[in-house]
Design a binder for this molecule. Sequence first.
Ligand SMILES: [Fe+2]
Length: 371
Amino acid sequence: MTSAIHTTDIMEGAAKLRVLVVDDEEFLRSIVRERLEIAGYSVEEASNGNEALSMLESGGPYDVLLTDIRMPVMDGIALLGELGKRFPGTAGIVMSAYSELDTAVHALKMGACDYITKPFNFDVLLITIENALRKKELERQLDDYRTNLEEKVKEQTDIINSMYVRSIDAMIKALEAKDYYTRGHSQRVTLYSMAIAKELGITGQEMEDLHRASVLHDLGKIGVREAVLNKPGKLTEEEFAEIVRHPETAVRILEPIPFFRPLLPAILHHHERFDGKGYPARLVGKTIPVASRIMAIADTFDAMTSTRAYRKALPVADAINEIRRCSGTQFDPDIVPAFLACQSKIVIPGDVSLPEGFEEAIPAEYRPQPG
Ligand SMILES: [Fe+2]
């Protein structure tokens, strides 16, 4: 009685549920087919696992696969293995003889929804099918729930991350307001870093991380006193020590936020020198993160070509010569050529002002040829 109600529930308003009966005994297949069709199912037959697999491939999807275990060509266990891997939406049910009970248990472990022992009562078969269908439906609902949950979590994470980005952006603006001379600095350093990285063939996530790290590289200067940042004269030892701490301060600010963690090594080491005389860790050569080695050139070039409290801007050509001169000591000699080659390819957004003489200073060999 219960089974009839369930069958009606499941089938109501929908196309007939499809059952594939797989057994090498034609008589058994036809009797199962007859009973299931009376119960309202659409039934098809296969005589072995291989034939069933072809039907699943070309004629699916089926809602239920009702399979014998011992069959020629491909047995029921192998068929269930393929079903689980390739057709997870189909409920597999094993029809086994008493003597094959161990194998039926094995089939359950391989993902079959249920088993029924031969010879069987057809009411029991119907109940078994309905239960298997319900189980599959619950699995599907659970999958949908998980997918929705993942989407919701991703949505929320994106919102949280964009809030972090906005608040960090506000901190950068606050820094630039307090340090008049670095206004536009992080924008230009980002522009130069991206151009160098492109020349080096860097792409994807590495490029994205370099972009973020360049924007944030001097964030730690927010912890340096305004009087020190804008001091026109020579810095005292204590004041210099305050400046030197800015990469570590940036790391302390950003560290609690998982979203920024991949950027921390690049930011922490942007003042290291290739010869090991930089700070804070005195890293040498290629042990310095590649993003830091790129930013070091971009950062120094922008510092030299910007007017600071303590000196006027250097002409761009002189700054380029200085980068070239320091290749192998302050800067990675494998990255300096990329910097020299990329200047002609820097695309300047409207809101970034480049130093005077930037375009004229492009080395002749890299200047775009007329025509
Ligand atoms: Fe810096």
